[in-house]
Design a protein around this ligand. Structure first.
Ligand code: NAD
Length: 312
């Protein structure tokens, strides 16, 4: 039992249940939640006592009153659309709470700098969920690469995760709100790759559409050809014929890294990690935010040079 108190923003959404579960599993108490949508019956299963707010103004008032009474919430978990993270982190820190924020922490590198200032002003911390860094297969790969110095690896990243028509109609399909596919879907992998193989030195975008993006990255220790898609038709055979909706492959020098299992409960582990004082902060979040910002603002070059083998 940590006895930590939590608030949660975006409680009616897709990812919120993993946070609610993680709060429960780590012995915390969800005291208050906010969403502009009221389909939040999940609260009864975990925290029936939680206060619920439909309006940010009233949630903010609740947080402010708690702080004034010397009892601020320890953490606010942020599961809202990407473009609102920055504002919601501010609401948390200004009211005396630390923030635990979903990926991407923010959309632009300069937003990270401004949040750093806010941390200094308030004395509160900002943590980012980067759950792939806790995946056992990824941790093992990082350890292996660290042991073999001086080598340049050839990496292919393919991630096809099919989404229905709703995706493009929602905030996720709006580049101003989600950052587009490379930001919203790709950031997990760009963070993971730069964490393992070192920072980005050069980035080329070959293709950048609403539902597909591809490019090349020169990292310190790897040459990466990447391809991301939301389109079922891009799932390679035989996976597509077998009805799989998602295809995920990372090869290093032609060798497949097996990490299809071990995804369950990485949010709970992320919370354990934060509560034990090891959470990922602004400096951890910064490199991949810079990478996706550059990708978002690059002119696609077409399928030339080092483009991904599936696109040739
Ligand atoms: P979602 O659209 O299902 O949920 C977002 C929720 O926020 C909705 O319930 C919406 O009503 C609410 N919301 C919107 N504006 C709000 C406001 N002003 N105040 C309060 N609530 C508001 O989206 P999602 O898939 O749950 O994604 C939420 C966040 O989690 C995003 O940042 C996304 O990138 C991230 N995410 C992370 C993972 C992961 O694996 N770590 C997976 C999916 C999504």
């Amino acid at each position: 039992q940590t006895g930590k108190t939590f608030g949660l923003i975006g409680v009616a959404g897709y990812i919120a249940p993993r946070h609610i579960h993680a709060i429960k599993e780590t012995g915390g108490n969800l005291c208050a939640a906010l969403d502009k949508f009221d389909s939040v019956g999940i609260l009864d299963r975990y925290f029936p006592e939680a206060s619920f707010f439909l309006e940010p103004e009233r949630f903010d008032r609740y947080l402010y009153k708690r702080q004034r009474q010397g009892n601020p919430l320890d953490f606010i978990s942020i599961c809202s659309p990407n473009y609102l993270h920055d504002a919601h982190i501010r609401m948390a820190l200004r009211n005396g709470s630390d923030a635990i924020c979903e990926k991407p922490l923010v959309l632009n590198p300069w937003n990270v700098d401004a949040l750093e200032q806010l941390e200094q002003d308030t004395g509160q911390q900002i943590y980012n969920i980067l759950q792939l860094r806790l995946h056992p297969a990824i941790v093992a790969l990082k350890e292996k690469i660290e042991k073999e110095s001086g080598k340049m690896y050839e990496v292919d990243l393919t991630y096809v995760t099919s989404r229905g028509k709703w995706y493009q109609e929602s905030w996720k399909g709006d580049i101003a709100k989600s950052g587009g596919i490379a930001t919203n879907i790709g950031i997990h992998f760009f963070d993971m790759l730069q964490w393992i193989f070192g920072g980005a030195q050069q980035s080329t975008v070959h293709l950048h559409q609403a539902d597909r993006a591809a490019g090349f990255l020169q990292l310190k220790k790897a040459r990466v050809r990447w391809f991301l898609s939301l389109n079922f038709d891009d799932i390679p055979q035989p996976a597509r014929g077998n009805g799989f909706q998602t295809y995920r492959s990372v090869t290093v020098d032609g060798e497949e890294i097996e990490f299809s299992n071990g995804f369950t409960d990485l949010h709970t582990q992320s919370y354990q990690h934060i509560l034990s004082g090891h959470g990922f902060g602004l400096d951890d979040a910064r490199p991949s935010i810079s990478m996706v910002h550059e990708i978002r603002n690059s002119q696609p070059q077409g399928l030339t040079g080092d483009s991904h083998p599936l696109l040739k």
